[in-house]
Design a protein around this ligand. Structure first.
Ligand SMILES: [Zn+2]
Length: 438
């Protein structure tokens, strides 16, 4: 299985200078290749990545003389990426999924990155030796053992990172430490997650504070933008004509950088929190049951969206999928229509009148008083025990079935994706995750 470990770098000023130029190279080559691709296609040709690369190699030093200073991987890889992007696009169209064509990369708009092939760099503890610039300090050493496949250097919020892809052998998959439990996990609104064992996990406090700051900073930036528009003679709230460039004040530039840093920090807190949660769940249990939440649909609901995106549901699901595989934990994904909140976990009666506002309710059949989220977690746990033992399902569960996943070592755990298809085949198998161990 392929895992990616993303590590922050501590480059020198000269190294940063090289990174910037290498990213610029990768971006320009991508744009050149995409432009050429579109042209050839429009002219009735059948462009492909290999041919385009050959074509580029013949003229590259005339086109961009400074290319000699940049390692070739940075300008060779965009062709492979572009080829892949097109085949993904056509596969998506064929499968009726939402697809978007490869786009041109804009300076400063896209995430800057460049690639280094696995035979062109070496690792030595907290150091990575890259072509052309030598050893760069990393904040931590690579955690995974296995065949190193490649590395991508990228920038986000003015910091530099290297993402190292490693093929980790299956037999190295971690075993659960001591856990024999079966647990249902409900991703809640009040607590970030609640388990059928009664543990509640709160979203980290720094996240709330950071989100509050985010609101203030965003407002400040949009005020500065409005001021710049007014100074340029546009009416308040007017849409700028395409291609208009407003002068950027120092303060606006600073605000933009601060906001980017804040977004980055929020993302970090979320990733850290979900990593700790998912690792704990996998270490302590033999089977974990989660909900198949329609994240997109829920985000469309205004009232819920804040709480849900705070927890990072999509992130949770993604991490559970690959960690279950690594730890040899059986991951059961409940059908999206399984009414985990509405069923009484004691007798199986279905509360049709339950609304989102009801945090607690009493079963009309057996009289048990339920905490909404805890009850849901208990119902989810049921799915794992039921499918393990052929016990009758609770009555009135809407005819839903559990998306049951047997734990077969060495197999990609199929997880239902957004469209309700099995995500274990085709494009979906390309699994790259950002990992850090806890
Ligand atoms: Zn009941």
């Amino acid at each position: 299985m392929h895992l990616t470990h993303k590590i922050a770098l501590r480059p020198t000023a000269a190294q940063v200078d090289y990174f910037v130029r290498a990213c610029g190279t990768a971006r320009r080559v991508w744009n050149w290749a995409l432009d050429e691709w579109v042209k050839q296609h429009a002219a009735g040709g059948k462009p492909n990545a290999m041919a385009l690369k050959k074509q580029f190699n013949a003229i590259k030093y005339d086109l961009y003389p400074w290319l000699k200073d940049i390692h070739r991987d940075a300008h060779a890889q965009p062709f492979a990426h572009l080829g892949k992007a097109w085949s993904t696009f056509f596969a998506d169209i064929k499968a009726g999924r939402r697809a978007h064509e490869p786009r041109f990369k804009k300076k400063g708009r896209c995430r800057d990155s460049f690639y280094v092939a696995n035979d062109k760099f070496s690792l030595d503890g907290k150091q990575i030796r890259l072509p052309k610039i030598g050893a760069v300090a990393m904040t931590e050493a690579l955690h995974f053992e296995g065949k190193v496949l490649g590395a991508t250097v990228s920038r986000s919020a003015e910091r530099w990172f290297v993402a190292i892809q490693v093929d980790v052998p299956e037999h190295q998959a971690l075993r659960p430490r001591a856990g024999h439990g079966v647990v249902g996990v409900d991703l809640g609104i009040k607590a970030a997650a609640i388990t059928s064992a009664g543990d509640a996990f709160e979203a980290p406090r720094p996240l709330k504070a950071a989100l509050r700051r985010l609101k203030i900073r965003s407002r400040r930036l949009s005020r500065q933008l409005e001021a710049a528009k007014a100074a340029a003679g546009f009416a308040p709230g007017a849409r700028l004509p395409k291609g208009t460039r407003l002068p950027v004040s120092n303060n606006r530039r600073k605000s933009t950088a601060t906001l980017a840093r804040l977004h980055h920090r929020i993302a970090n807190i979320r990733v850290d929190f979900t990593h700790k949660l998912t690792t704990k769940l996998c270490r302590e249990n033999q089977a974990v049951v989660i909900e198949d939440l329609n994240v997109k649909g829920m985000l469309a609901n205004d009232r819920l969206s804040r709480a849900i995106s705070d927890v990072g549901f999509g992130l949770f699901r993604q991490q559970m999928a690959y960690k279950a595989q690594r730890y040899g934990v059986r991951l059961v994904v409940a059908d999206r229509w399984y009414p985990s909140s509405r069923l009484c976990s004691a007798c199986g009666w279905k509360n049709e009148a339950l609304t989102l506002k009801d945090r607690e309710w009493t079963c009309a059949d057996c009289g048990t008083r339920h905490d909404r989220d805890f009850n849901a977690a208990c119902n989810l746990k049921r799915l794992a025990t039921e499918t393990a033992l052929p016990v009758a399902r609770p009555s009135g569960n809407g005819g839903a079935t559990a998306g049951e996943v047997p734990a077969v070592a060495g197999k990609v755990t199929p997880v239902r994706d957004e469209c309700g298809q099995q995500g274990a085949s085709g494009q979906e198998e390309r699994r790259e995750y950002l990992c850090s161990p806890f």
